[in-house]
Write a protein that binds this ligand. Structure first.
Ligand code: FAD
Length: 446
């Protein structure tokens, strides 16, 4: 299957199929009390928690999403590391749409918030009383010259955990690589799960140690960022690990081009005083995390901020201009780390504030920026990074087990075994509140 065709338009092919299948059952106009754009981790969780809410009168909720498949993306790191099967990391979207919630397999193309409506590529107009915007972000494989061609060719030794179409090749490449230069990249700018680019590196490092070939492999971490991680406490611990494990750090090096034939990666040096000089490095193994950005149709809409994200208040998740519009997850402007973990804290806040707007009450629920990055550092070890706005650690287990910058086996099994189980059984069903477990947090406490 051509990776290029799959990667660039992402869910476009399934949409056409679905449009044909459902064309007769979809009206040209529809109205729902609450319309949710996107049935990913955020959209489905909001729908499930709203559907369960005893405070919501008249449950009339619809999700618009053209995809056939719902992905548990945090599981892709496990698949790329050979720890879990890809089959465990996705289910049909219909499986996770909560009972009683209407699903339209439609691709939203335009927001018309002045008229409380969205338009879809299939020509359907859907109006709403309240709108929740959660279509995620665009993983931009085309943003790096030569990358799509390289990913199509299994012999290129280039792979990426950032798509279900390319993740299985990551594990194959790790298993096959026994000698030479391995490079793991992280792009400059905002990406989802900013720890994932190095999680896969640490797992490869651990695997090559297991095979007894580590001394024959040079590992480099080439990142557009100036440090290992955005939160100083964890960045320091990871920097120590990098030095201890003899991993070369190419900081402020942003991948711009891959030549799969010559096996050369070209980076732009972003450091001050370098004038953006290009740096070429040969590789025998290359793991790429592509740049990421807001969808164009979101960025060009009246809902977007200057950077293209859905412009919401960072505490309330309410749109800064349209008071009946909310957003969360990767598409939103919430200045936290874009993770599924963050959505567990954002959702109850969004719901409480949405219910308050419906009742004409003051918005009291507040999001503190909580996000978590379960950072695999090798087999049987994981650094459970948890933090809130401002890069301030907010660790769930620190009082019991000590600072979470120390990798532990318990956290490793949370990530590998418990979180995927909890996702399919509780998270998408609206009964999981992240660090609070099954207990719905007091959203006014932050
Ligand atoms: C490799 C990797 C590792 C990760 N690791 C972790 C981790 O360890 N921990 C963690 O917490 N998070 C992790 N994440 C991040 C996490 O998966 C995301 O933050 C989360 O999925 C965001 O949820 P979302 O609903 O905003 O977007 P998504 O889950 O991406 O869902 C967006 C939905 O919107 C739909 N959509 C797109 N366009 C349209 C349109 N035009 N109209 C209607 N619907 C549309 C899509 O089909 C999709 O269903 C990882 C992500 C990746 C890629």
């Amino acid at each position: 299957m051509a990776v290029v065709g799959v990667l660039r338009p992402l869910a476009r092919a399934p949409v056409r199929r679905l449009a044909r299948t459902y064309a007769t059952s979809i009206p040209s106009k529809a109205h729902h009390r609450v319309v949710i754009v996107g049935g990913g981790s955020a959209g489905v969780t909001v729908a499930a928690q709203l559907q369960r809410s005893t405070d919501l009168e008249k449950k009339d909720i619809a999700i618009l999403d053209p995809a056939q498949t719902h992905h548990y993306q945090p599981g892709w790191t496990l698949v790329g590391s050979g720890l879990r099967d890809l089959a465990d990391m996705h289910k049909p979207l219909s499986y996770v749409i909560p009972e009683g919630v209407k699903h339209y397999p439609l691709r939203v193309s335009t927001f018309d918030p002045a008229n409380n409506a969205v338009k879809t590529a299939e020509g359907v107009d859907v109006s709403y009383d309240y709108l929740v915007v959660a279509p995620g972000l665009e993983t931009n494989f085309a943003g790096i010259s030569g990358l799509e061609q390289a990913l199509q060719d299994p012999a290129s030794q280039v792979s990426s955990i950032y798509s279900d179409k390319t993740v299985e090749q990551v594990w194959k490449n790790i298993k096959d690589f026994k000698k030479g230069q391995a490079i793991f990249t992280q792009p400059a700018g905002i990406i989802k799960c900013a720890g994932a680019p190095q999680k896969i590196m640490w797992m490869a490092h651990s695997q090559w140690e297991r095979y007894g070939v580590r001394n024959n492999v040079n590992i480099a971490f080439a990142t557009g960022a100036a440090s290992m991680f955005a939160v100083p406490k964890y960045s320091q611990a990871l920097e120590e690990l990098r030095k201890e494990r003899n991993v070369e750090g190419l900081f402020q090096h942003n991948l711009v081009k891959v030549d799969p034939k010559k096996k050369v990666a070209t980076f732009k040096n972003l450091a001050e005083g370098t004038n953006g000089a290009l740096v070429e490095r040969e590789f025998g193994f290359l793991h790429v995390v592509p740049p990421q950005k807001p969808w164009d149709w979101v960025a060009k809409s009246p809902l977007a901020d200057a950077a293209g994200w859905v412009d919401v208040n960072k505490s309330t998740t309410q749109h800064t201009k349209y008071k009946n519009v909310f957003s969360l997850g990767d598409a939103s402007s919430l200045p936290n780390s874009k993770t599924a973990a963050a959505i567990t804290s954002q959702t109850p806040v969004l719901i409480d504030n949405l219910l308050a707007v419906m009742k004409g009450e003051e918005l009291k629920a507040s999001y503190d920026g909580y996000a978590s990055c379960p950072l695999l550092t090798g087999h049987n070890e994981l650094m459970l990074c948890e933090f809130k706005y401002g890069g301030v650690p907010k660790e769930t287990f620190a009082n019991i087990f000590g600072g979470q910058e120390t990798p532990s086996r318990l956290y490793y099994h949370l990530k590998k075994d418990f979180f995927p189980f909890a996702y399919w059984n509780f998270y998408v069903k609206g009964t999981w509140f992240g660090p609070h477990g099954f207990l719905r947090p007091d959203t006014t406490a932050n």
